[in-house]
Design a protein around this ligand. Sequence first.
Ligand code: ZN
Ligand code: ZN
Ligand code: ZN
Length: 138
Amino acid sequence: MEIGSRPEELQPEEESQPEESQPKESEIDESENEEIGECKYCLKVDDHHTELCSYIDDVPKNAIVGESCVVTCLVCGCFFRDSRCANCGITLGRALLKDCFICGKRGEHMEFECPELEPNSDFTFDPYSRSFMVDICP
Ligand SMILES: [Zn+2]
Ligand SMILES: [Zn+2]
Ligand SMILES: [Zn+2]
């Protein structure tokens, strides 16, 4: 005789949800090391400060530099084009942060790329009016 053969009570599933969905961002230690960030010259992250980059004195051959800087030739000072000097063709260069004295912005463009440089300014040389002047001269 079996009495009390009641079905086992369904035990409620333990609500053991590990806190996986929300990582605690507050645990990230920000105070320990100073944030270095990305080097504007060589684009390395948290390696060195931008102003301590070795690219300032010497850019390795075929190195990729950041968009906010330009590479100039160690010999003639011309800008690099395609990883070499546009003028003399050597690959010895140093990186410079783009610096515009027209609008004062740094790391964006050089003077000749400045959006404030108006193409139709007073400096525009008009060869036609000149030749016209020459024409009416005796
Ligand atoms: Zn660097
Ligand atoms: Zn050169
Ligand atoms: Zn500018």
